[in-house]
Design a binder for this molecule. Structure first.
Ligand SMILES: Cc1cc2nc3c(=O)[nH]c(=O)nc-3n(C[C@H](O)[C@H](O)[C@H](O)COP(=O)(O)O)c2cc1C
Length: 420
């Protein structure tokens, strides 16, 4: 079979949902809500571009479940159905051209920059490592009642996502946010029903899944993005991740997307926690977490996606043909070339290559935070109807952000979506 034929195969999820090809857009936070955290027409335009570009399954950037807990400025928040028309307009654009579109639901926990929320919460009051303390506050420990409240918020948001016309939800269980904090022995030091053993640390994510399922019924897709590991001393390990995948599979999860890392060790975009060189086998196979996906494949029958590092038609097709995964997850490639699926499905290489972003300022380049800002800028351009700028200077973008934060920039609030 040619690589393009491999990628073009449809796939039926266990719940009966048909995905038209094996290309999966992984979540990218768009920072495109209005000042009241409501979806804007720019979001609909951006997702329309991806739908028209041929992606099979598209996951939105993280949408928050609690207005008191934003992860970044510009997050959409879903707390009730008072802004359903805006969500409906977004869903309508995102699901055209036979595209499945799932909303990623998230709570940042402690991983939210200082000044954005009144306070930050987490399973335990564990501080960040010294270099990060300037940007992130030590969180307050969640109470038992608050934990139950958050589970209900995830479930309620999932019900509204379904009502809006999206075709599924994805729990953000990766990258060091709240669900991932509960799973991690480093961040979760509790000794009650929510921590102390791997089973108890898994309870939060399993209860979130069950509460969502109760709200959306058996046929609506619920997936999860999960870390293969945190790459942090004393953190979530591969063994615990495999056990969590097994438990979620038994509970009935429809799809597992594999990633890795946290803000403190940003492995998800290929920034390495250790100084060891990248293994030749990883370089050849492109994807950062494929070896772990092979282990997950042996552990469960649930459909799998691996995200991070895919760059060529051959790399993507080989990952599917190897049987390790059912879909290939792509993020940054779609921010600089929204219709790249069309080329991949025709057997052509991407026009634009994802390249390392360097400002030349060592502490900025080490954290990986510039990646998000630079790519978010590209998403905003597409949302405004402009072409992305794949060769925009990282240093220039950094200077612009600094100027904006110092109050020198002019910031226009995007308009709200109107009902159609
Ligand atoms: C601008 C930007 C925003 C991101 N936002 C999210 C997010 O909201 N949720 C998430 O799970 N991952 C997020 N990620 C991580 C990506 O989904 C993906 O795991 C990572 O970029 C590696 O895939 P790639 O090599 O194909 O880019 C983001 C990445 C970027 C560049």
């Amino acid at each position: 079979m040619t690589p393009q034929a491999v990628l073009a195969q449809p796939f039926t999820l266990p719940n009966g949902q048909v995905i038209k090809n094996r290309l999966f857009k992984s979540a990218m936070s768009e920072a495109l809500s209005d000042r009241t955290c409501v979806a804007t027409p720019e979001l609909a335009r951006l997702y329309g571009a991806w739908a028209d570009g041929g992606i099979g399954l598209c996951v939105t950037g993280n949408v928050m479940i609690d207005k008191r807990a934003l992860g970044e400025p510009g997050n959409v928040v879903i707390e009730d159905d008072s802004h359903l028309p805006a969500l409906k307009a977004w869903a309508q654009a995102a699901t055209r051209n036979g595209t499945q579109c799932w909303v990623q639901l998230n709570h940042p926990g402690k991983q939210s920059p200082k000044g954005l929320n009144k306070e930050t919460v987490s399973p335990s009051a564990v501080p960040f490592r010294p270099e990060m303390k300037m940007m992130f506050a030590t969180p307050r420990e969640l109470t038992e009642a608050e934990i139950h409240g958050l589970i209900q918020r995830f479930a309620n948001a999932a019900a509204i996502v379904k009502k809006a016309g999206f075709t599924g939800v994805q729990i953000h269980g990766a990258h060091g946010y709240l669900v991932s904090q509960f799973l991690s022995p480093h961040h979760n030091r509790r000794n009650d029903a929510w921590g102390g053993t791997p089973e108890k640390r898994r309870r939060f994510v399993l209860e979130v899944y069950r509460a969502m399922r109760e709200q959306v019924g058996p046929d609506f897709a619920i997936g999860i993005k999960l870390n293969s590991a945190d790459f942090q001393r004393g953190g979530f390990t591969e063994e615990e991740s495999l056990d969590t995948i097994r438990a979620l599979a038994d509970a009935g999860i429809d799809l597992v997307e594999i990633s890795g890392g946290t803000y403190e060790a940003p492995a998800m975009t290929g920034v390495k926690a250790s100084k060891e060189p990248v293994k030749e086998s990883t370089r050849q196979r492109e994807a950062y977490f494929l070896a772990f996906a092979e282990k997950a494949r042996k552990a469960v029958k649930t459909p799998l996606v691996v995200t991070g590092g895919f760059r060529s038609v051959r790399g993507m097709a080989d990952a599917i043909s190897s049987g390790a995964v059912d879909f290939v997850g792509l993020a940054r490639a779609l921010a600089i070339e929204p219709d790249v699926p069309k080329r991949l499905l025709a057997g052509q290489e991407p026009r634009e290559q994802v390249r390392p972003l360097k400002t030349g300022i060592s502490f900025v380049d080490k954290t990986g935070l510039m990646e998000v800002s630079w790519y978010t800028g590209q998403l905003k351009r597409i949302g405004r109807g402009q072409a992305p700028k794949p060769r925009e200077s990282a240093l220039w973008v950094f200077v612009k952000i600094m100027a904006q934060q110092a109050g020198l920039g002019r910031k226009k609030a995007p308009k709200r979506l109107r009902a159609t």
